[in-house]
Design a protein around this ligand. Structure first.
Ligand SMILES: *[C@@H]1O[C@H](CO)[C@@H](O)[C@H](O)[C@H]1NC(C)=O
Ligand SMILES: *[C@@H]1O[C@H](CO)[C@@H](O)[C@H](O)[C@H]1NC(C)=O
Ligand SMILES: *[C@@H]1O[C@H](CO)[C@@H](O)[C@H](O)[C@H]1NC(C)=O
Ligand SMILES: *[C@@H]1O[C@H](CO)[C@@H](O)[C@H](O)[C@H]1NC(C)=O
Ligand SMILES: *[C@@H]1O[C@H](CO)[C@@H](O)[C@H](O)[C@H]1NC(C)=O
Ligand SMILES: *[C@@H]1O[C@H](CO)[C@@H](O)[C@H](O)[C@H]1NC(C)=O
Ligand SMILES: *[C@@H]1O[C@H](CO)[C@@H](O)[C@H](O)[C@H]1NC(C)=O
Ligand SMILES: *[C@@H]1O[C@H](CO)[C@@H](O)[C@H](O)[C@H]1NC(C)=O
Ligand SMILES: *[C@@H]1O[C@H](CO)[C@@H](O)[C@H](O)[C@H]1NC(C)=O
Ligand SMILES: *[C@@H]1O[C@H](CO)[C@@H](O)[C@H](O)[C@H]1NC(C)=O
Ligand SMILES: *[C@@H]1O[C@H](CO)[C@@H](O)[C@H](O)[C@H]1NC(C)=O
Ligand SMILES: *[C@@H]1O[C@H](CO)[C@@H](O)[C@H](O)[C@H]1NC(C)=O
Length: 648
């Protein structure tokens, strides 16, 4: 950390806010702004900053705010701390008493009314909005004294001062982090036990609290030259990050972001530069790691989510089998895609039928163990978790196995951690354990979507996803028919009985009608089974059935996969199209396959496969079971290893 003495004169100057060092456009008593005005703002003389109403995106609500008026994203740097955004029809008025914000019914919802008579107000070029008193001209109220999440050059945070983050990128509600210049002189970042106001222990401290008071912190200063430092009582300074080289063509701001990182940004003031904000300094060094050291809550990303710190940027991700609780809030944590606790596992199913263990490389959820087992090997560790319905995650260190239950907390990518640990003394907390936890296995429920929802939903699934699903089902049937110790005829192959997970891996389900064949048996007499539209014709002829009934059903379903439509569809007016199997045969013969896939561009770009697959489907639905290929032959043809003859 760089330290340097600053001129004593500056300290005295900074103690009292004096009249404009910067040009001001006066706002006269009696002036007012309404949300219904065309441009409800008071602009600073340079045009850099505006004070007034800002409409929130996609809503009819407004913030009373200060923002950069000349850059494309009009970044907000301050807002009035009303309990919620204000409605259309609200009004802000300057009187001798100060500023009064009223709603459309005239009820007061916010005031800036210092205990003295006001002479005029002004929006200064520094971004400070001020009210001036009637005599000495001292500012009796200024927005710089009531910062929200941002400070600007020339702004000072005194002892006891604080910043608080927004809840999310777009939600200005008070969020989950606070920055405090504590009375003992230390600058701290603390997580908040949102939605309460309780502060957890700090995750960053400047270390400038000192019993020798001349060495203790006194102010957080954002200098005119864009340096941010803690001013000690003896006049020395402690910078939060290395000197930046200020450019007079830049705006600078420092914001405690909703992700818990306090960042300084720069942005070009004129449109010939890059007019977006780039980070020039930040604390803490690694929010994913530092936040965990501080407290027992969820971590930087919320529960069941894991955090990656990549320099100044952080991001949050859900592990496999989990998704964002609020799809619009990356930092709001993840929930499981499956029922909680032991709800699905009532002892009637094998755990293996319900769950997989998925390895998530380089991810660590360091807390929340409830059981430790060992010595174990890796597969015993996985099994121990799989068979325990409380267990969501297992961590394995080569000898011992830790079980964790939901919710998981403080998840983060481990590589960042390794880097960090190498850069610092390991004297820090238990890195040794962390080093060993190279990855975690996360229990993952087979999400129960079936092929019908996938195929007949909107938008239609991608051609290559459909190809992948069809191949998966074909291989599954090869297994049932030809690789099981006793062959199984499923008897009810249809999209409703094919489950697919988020990786588009299909599983054949519902064996309620299945028939297993005895050793050497190839055919069986049985009453009619299956679902109309998919059943093979021999079912109606009172003859023994074979695995070829499944081949028939697969053929019908293959056409549905190709076309994304049901085999029998009432909605088609012309009868030609109503029965998919007949129509497909016509389209193939007439060379109008584009009609069959409804012009699907991806499928048409793969026209050779499309044509071959339609031919295979037609072979599968041959009237005579002997003319239908076996499933292993179907698979080889689908994969393109075997030529497909033109069907009869
Ligand atoms: C602002 O108003 C005050 C008081 O009326 C006056 O003294 C000052 O000159 C005005 N400043 C500007 C820039 O108009
Ligand atoms: C807004 O800030 C003022 C001054 O710090 C405080 O007195 C007031 O309670 C705050 N209002 C809300 C709604 O937080
Ligand atoms: C107004 O100022 C006086 C003197 O400084 C103080 O005693 C009084 O409490 C203040 N009133 C309010 C409402 O702040
Ligand atoms: C200035 O304000 C004070 C109260 O703060 C009031 O007593 C005094 O009369 C005011 N003076 C003028 C000239 O308005
Ligand atoms: C509002 O929408 C604009 C344009 O879509 C976008 O650039 C801006 O970032 C949005 N602002 C917020 C606060 O979401
Ligand atoms: C912001 O978040 C709060 C708390 O979750 C919620 O009540 C409010 O509706 C949100 N506001 C917007 C504009 O989304
Ligand atoms: C400074 O005060 C804060 C809050 O009271 C406390 O958490 C912190 O430990 C103190 N720092 C020192 C060095 O005493
Ligand atoms: C406090 O710090 C100052 C400056 O470093 C030093 O001169 C003084 O001796 C210290 N006082 C005590 C009591 O340690
Ligand atoms: C605009 O900004 C660029 C880069 O920041 C600088 O080189 C250029 O001189 C500026 N132009 C004016 C007119 O200020
Ligand atoms: C056990 O769970 C399965 C699958 O969730 C369910 O079908 C079955 O009815 C449950 N049995 C009992 C006894 O709750
Ligand atoms: C794994 O953890 C256990 C318990 O903390 C420890 O005794 C053992 O040495 C660790 N194994 C290795 C390979 O470090
Ligand atoms: C199985 O069938 C083969 C040929 O069809 C026959 O030679 C063999 O004896 C049969 N085995 C049994 C156990 O029926």
């Amino acid at each position: 950390m760089a330290s340097s003495a600053i001129p004593l004169l500056f300290i005295f100057l900074s103690l009292l806010p004096f009249l404009p060092l910067f040009a001001a456009s006066n706002v006269t008593l009696g002036s007012s702004l309404s949300t219904t005005d065309d441009n409800p703002s008071w602009v600073s003389p340079s045009g850099d900053f505006a004070f007034g109403f800002r409409q929130l995106n996609n809503t009819n609500t407004f913030l009373l705010a200060i923002w950069y008026a000349q850059i494309p994203d009009q970044t907000i740097v301050w807002h009035a701390n009303t309990t919620s955004p204000v409605q259309t029809g609200s009004n802000i008025k300057l009187t001798a008493n100060g500023l009064t914000l009223t709603d459309r019914n005239g009820l007061t919802i916010w005031t800036a009314q210092p205990n003295t008579t006001i002479n005029f107000g002004a929006m200064l070029d520094t971004g400070n909005s001020v009210l001036s008193g009637n005599s000495t001209g001292v500012y009796v109220w200024q927005s710089f004294d009531y910062p929200t999440d941002t400070i600007l050059p020339t702004q000072i945070l005194p002892l006891g001062g604080m910043l608080y983050s927004k809840l999310s990128k777009t939600n200005y509600t008070k969020g989950r982090f606070e920055l405090h210049l504590m009375n003992n002189g230390s600058l701290q970042l603390n997580p908040v036990a949102w939605p309460t106001e309780y502060l957890y222990n700090f995750y960053y401290s400047s270390g400038t609290a000192n019993s020798n008071s001349s060495l203790s912190g006194f102010q957080l200063v954002f200098s005119q030259s864009a340096d941010i430092y803690i001013l000690l009582r003896n006049g020395l300074t402690v910078q939060l990050w290395p000197d930046i080289f200020p450019n007079s063509n830049n705006y600078y701001r420092a914001t405690l972001e909703f992700d818990g990182v306090f960042r300084e940004y720069a942005c070009a003031t004129n449109s010939s530069g890059n007019q977006s904000w780039s980070v020039v300094g930040y604390i803490p060094e690694n929010i994913c790691l530092d936040l965990f050291n501080a407290f027992v809550g969820s971590g930087a990303c919320g529960y069941n989510s894991y955090c990656t710190a990549n320099g100044a940027a952080t991001s949050c991700q859900c592990p496999p089998g989990f998704s964002l609780i609020d799809p619009n809030n990356e930092y709001g944590g993840c929930g499981p895609d499956f029922p909680p606790d032991c709800g699905v596992d009532n002892g009637t199913s094998n755990a293996e039928d319900l769950y997989d263990m998925t390895q998530v490389p380089n991810v660590n959820f360091p807390s929340g163990d409830y059981d430790i087992l060992g010595p174990y090997n890796e597969s015993q560790c996985g099994q121990a978790c799989l068979q325990d319905c409380n267990c969501a995650v297992a961590t394995f260190n080569g000898t011992f196995c830790w079980k964790k239950r939901l919710p998981m907390s403080n998840g983060r990518v481990d590589t960042a951690l390794l880097l960090r640990a190498l850069q610092h003394s390991v004297a820090r907390r238990d890195f040794s354990e962390v080093f060993l936890e190279a990855s975690e296995k996360i229990k993952k429920y087979h999400t129960q979507h079936n092929l019908a929802n996938f195929l007949f939903g909107i938008p239609r699934p991608d051609w290559y996803q459909r190809v992948q699903v069809a191949l998966g089902i074909a291989r599954g049937l090869v297994y049932l028919h030809e690789e099981c110790s006793t062959p199984i005829i499923h008897c009810d192959i249809k999209p409703q009985n094919i489950l697919i997970d988020e990786l588009f891996i299909p599983r054949i389900s519902d064996f309620g009608l299945a028939k297993s064949l005895a050793f050497n048996q190839t055919r069986t007499h049985t009453g009619i089974r299956g679902t109309r539209g998919y059943v093979a014709p021999e079912w109606f002829r009172n003859v023994p059935v074979t695995v070829k009934v499944d081949v028939y059903s697969f053929g019908v379903m293959l056409l549905e996969i190709i076309c994304c439509r049901k085999s029998v569809a009432q909605e088609f007016e012309d009868e030609e199209r109503a029965i998919l199997t007949d129509w497909a045969y016509d389209c193939l013969r007439e060379g109008t396959l584009d009609a069959l896939v409804d012009g699907d561009a991806t499928a048409m770009s793969d026209i050779k496969t499309l044509q071959r697959w339609v031919m295979i489907a037609i072979w599968c639905i041959q009237e005579n079971p002997l003319q239908r290929p076996t499933m292993s032959m179907v698979t080889k043809m689908l994969e393109g290893y075997v030529e497909v003859p033109i069907p009869i």
